[in-house]
Design a protein around this ligand. Structure first.
Ligand SMILES: Cc1cc2nc3c(=O)[nH]c(=O)nc-3n(C[C@H](O)[C@H](O)[C@H](O)COP(=O)(O)O)c2cc1C
Length: 194
């Protein structure tokens, strides 16, 4: 093999690696259908969810507690604390129009509450873990300084191994509205098949 043939050969290998090694989930004929499902109390996770949905071309669905949490921060914290530590399921409203069977990828967003997912999210995941079987699930959360804490781990425990869980990502809630690029990069990265 001369130098020219060698370079050509390397080019072909690199091209094949690009196709098979790191390919976009949306590549080719099959466009991955995405949904974003989230709970938000004060709007940070909602902003993240909206941004992620726009970037992913995803349908957006909000989880709502049957009985809303108190609108006062301290009272909400007091109300949520025993639920979070007790891994309790807070009843939620049915989500109109959400049929998980239609989606390949489901992004799920939650605020970090007492180190874990907000109870309405725990409820939604618990109720839907069978419907999430075989799907790719991307978890994101917003927090007040604690970082990921137990959110990703406990979420994965609830979903079980039947879904493909992508690495979870935490965004600081206070600056999330100026983190559009980071949120978009999260989508691009998680939709890349590695
Ligand atoms: C009940 C409650 C508990 C919280 N617990 C934590 C926590 O343990 N760690 C943390 O970093 N932030 C905590 N926060 C802050 C929120 O995670 C943060 O403000 C988040 O961005 C709020 O998202 P949201 O606006 O979508 O509700 C808590 C907030 C509330 C209301």
């Amino acid at each position: 093999m001369n130098r020219r043939e060698f370079v050509k050969c390397i080019g072909a290998v690199a091209g094949a690696a690009a196709m098979h090694g790191i390919a976009f989930a949306n590549e080719g004929d099959k466009k991955m259908k995405c949904a974003v499902v989230y709970f938000s109390w004060s709007g940070n996770t909602r902003f993240a969810a909206e941004t992620i949905a726009k970037k992913a071309g995803a349908a957006l669905f909000e989880i709502k507690a049957e009985t809303p949490y108190n609108s006062d921060f301290n009272k909400c914290c007091d109300e949520a604390k025993p639920e979070c530590y007790g891994k309790k399921l807070r009843p939620i409203k049915p989500i109109e129009g959400l049929d998980l069977a239609k989606y390949d990828v489901v992004f799920v967003g939650t605020p970090d509450w007492w180190g874990t997912m907000a109870p309405p999210v725990r409820t939604w995941v618990t109720l839907n873990k069978d419907a999430l079987k075989g799907k790719t699930v991307g978890i994101f959360q917003t927090h007040g300084g604690g970082g990921m804490e137990r959110v990703g781990k406990e979420f994965a425990e609830v979903v079980g191994d039947a879904a493909k869980i992508l690495p979870p990502k935490a965004f600081p809630g206070a600056s999330v509205k100026s983190a559009t690029k980071a949120l978009e990069a999260f989508v691009t990265d998680r939709l890349a098949v590695k």
